[in-house]
Structures are given as C-alpha cells and as structure tokens.
Design a protein around this ligand. Sequence first.
Ligand code: NAP
Length: 417
Amino acid sequence: MLTVFGATGNTGSVVVERLLAAGAKVRAVVRDRDKGAALAAKGAELVVGDVTDAALVARALEGAEGAYLIVPPDLQARDLLAKSRSIVAGYVEGLRRAKVPHAVFLSSVGAQHEAGTGPTRLSHQAEVALRAVGGTRFTFVRAPFFMENLLASAHPMRSDGVLPVLGGGESFAMPMVAAHDLGDVAADALLAPPSATEIVEVRGPRDRSFVEAAAIASEILGREVTARVVPIDAIVPALTSTGMSENVASLFRELSEGAARGLLAYEGAGRTVRGRVTLEEVLRRGLAPSDASSVVRRVFDEVVNQRRTELLPELFAADYEGPQGGRGPASFGALVDTLRGGFPDIQYVLDEVIAQGDRVAVRWSWSGTHRGTFRTFAPTGRTITHRGMSFFELRGGRITRSWTELDRQAFAEQLSA
Ligand SMILES: NC(=O)c1ccc[n+]([C@@H]2O[C@H](COP(=O)([O-])OP(=O)(O)OC[C@H]3O[C@@H](n4cnc5c(N)ncnc54)[C@H](OP(=O)(O)O)[C@@H]3O)[C@@H](O)[C@H]2O)c1
C-alpha cells in the first residue's frame, strides 16, 4: 500500500494516477470525499481528513510501504512555518509508528539553507526533521518555481496585460518545472525506492524568464502581456490586498530577497532530473481562450449566480454591445445589479446550451425572491420563476454582443397578480 497526501493537488493527483496505472494499491488522503470521488472511481482507497490531525495522518500511514508527503500551501496562515512544523511532526510520528520504509517529500530548491528563503525555510525544517526518523529512507524531491504559479496571474494577464514579478529579476532565466513532471519523479521513486536517503533536484526542460513567459502569454491571449516588477517594498501590501496573511506575504518578500542573493540555487547534492513539460504547454493549457460555451456558462455561474463582477472584463470584450443599447463590460454588470436589486437571491439554471463556433444560444430559467423594487414593481416577497433564451456572439474568447428573448407578460403577471 502506498499512501498519497495532497492527492487532489497539482502533484499528488499525478502521483496517484501513475501509481494506479502501475498496478499499485493506493490510499489517497483527501479533505473532501466528493473531490476524491474521481480517484476512488479509478481504484484508490480514500482517507478523508485534515493533515493537521496527527491521528488521521497516523491512520493513513498504517501498513504503508511508501508515502508521498507534502506540506499543503496555506496563504492565510498566521504562522506558516509553525503550522508546517506541526504537520511535519505528525508525519514524523506516523512514519515511526507505522515503520514506513520509504517516503517521498516534496521539498524545494534552496532547502539546504536554514534562513533567508521565506516559505522555502519550511522545506529545510522538514528535511531536517524527517531525516531524524530512524527506519525510513527518504527521497527529497527539490522543486524549483512551479510553472503553474504563473497561472495565479491569469486574471491580470487577461484583463490588464500584466504579469506581476515580485521583486525584480524579470529577464533572468531561472529554473521552472511543471507540477506534472514532479508527480512523475515522485511516482518513479515510490515504485522503485532508493537504497538510502537521496536528494533529487528537478529542473524543467530549460530555464525561462518572466519576460519570456509574458511573451508566450501574449501569443496565447492575442494581446500584449508585459512582465511588470512589483518593487520589494510593495510586495507585502500587494499580496495582502489579495487576501494573503501578513505572515505569508512577509515570507514571500524574504523569498524575493533570498532569490536576489542567489539562495534559491541547486545545491548539487543529489541526482538531477529534467522534466519534459514545457512552459508553452502549461501556459497554453491554463490560458488558452476557452470554447465559447464555457465562457457563456461562466457568465451565468460566476458573474450572475456568484456575483463575481470582477470577471466582467475577462469575459466581455471592451466593445461589448448589450441588449438595451448598453456598451462595454460594465453595462452587463449594471443589468446584473438591476436583477439582484429586485431578486437578491436570484439563481440561474441553464436548461440547454447550444454552441456553433463563436455563437451560443442558451435556454435558461431562474428563480428568486422579489425583495426589492424591480423596475416599476414594488417588492411582493414572492418567489418568482422565469424562463427565457439568450444569445451571445464572441470574438477571441470574449463576448461582443448579447440579446435576450423572454415572455415579459408572463413575468409581469407573476409580479402583479
Ligand atoms: N509553488 C512552488 O513554486 C513550489 C516550489 C517548490 C516547492 N513547492 C511545494 O509544493 C507544495 C504544493 O504542492 P502541490 O502544488 O501539489 O499542492 P496543491 O496543488 O496546492 O495541492 C494541495 C493539496 O493538499 C490538500 N490540502 C490542503 N490543505 C489540506 C489540509 N489541511 N489537510 C489535508 N489536505 C490538504 C489539497 O486538498 P484540496 O483539493 O481539498 O484543497 C490538495 O490536494 C507547496 O506547499 C510547497 O511545499 C512549491
């Protein structure tokens, strides 16, 4: 039995798939049973729980011949390093108790340094603590910057043509790897464990800079994307404004300073593996304009149902023409606000979506409680359901025109009867 923590994550999901494909028995640790359902359907045994729960960790490791260990990212942590120390202490205890002969730990380039490397310090602490477990051999997979990190900036790249670069060094070609390659390295080690503890330093096919990443994104998105430096003193406010805790944001500032001092370099202490997945592939998969029907689905699911109006510039073209003569993405936002003003809990269900190239037709129904004045109708407190059809035209993955056909009389009757 091989136990995989973080089994629904970028790397863990690849590890599970690879192990199952090789015919191994896999126990996948997930936080949410529904999210693990696809893994269970492929044959993995699920253990549901939180990695901060040492008893759960011990249970997940019982009878395991190998384990894949990660410290999950927590961008809101009040003390990230203390939290990760306690997670690693749970792993140490569980590995000892279950006498697990081999484990892979997802570590970081720069883990050889005790200080000055921000979140990478957790990898140093973890490697030191795990090495002290008698009876378990380790494969420390030291990863550089994940290519997928760039996708966290998908929104500013699409909407503003900006790829933020924390602290500078935007032209410097640095090692980057795809999570998929790390999953492969980890699975290989679990299937053929080393005879002694080893360090594996992973690189991508070639080193790349943020300026190159921005150029690739420009080509995929069909608009100019520029790498823009966030100066060192602006890093903490910029990151906390996205909801990151002060503690984690300060660690990222330290990471940028450490990178500038050359602390995130390979140690040259173990074997080196080169991944195969290119930056072009990762960015294309994450940024390529979605097909027309999924853009339209996002309008209903995310903009209207979840009120995520910040997505309007991503989904609507700057020259969008709305149903009532409105112009620009904000005019669609105004329509949503009007509906929400009358029916604050409004939820759309898409009964049918038909796409042909860049044109999409949707048959929808919505329901909501009439709690506010809607056009000339004073609130009635009634739950209203309404049906209609909307039509969309797109260009380059964004909506350029939309209009709606509905039975206004039936709607008015529900509000005035
Ligand atoms: N990003 C980088 O550039 C970089 C570089 C070097 C090393 N690393 C290391 O890579 C790690 C991330 O690996 P990854 O990308 O595979 O992770 P990921 O995609 O962020 O996934 C995290 C996984 O952990 C699960 N998880 C989160 N919190 C949990 C909790 N409290 N209890 C149980 N499970 C929990 C998540 O489950 P849900 O699906 O339920 O959320 C998910 O399966 C980092 O933490 C860091 O140590 C990252």
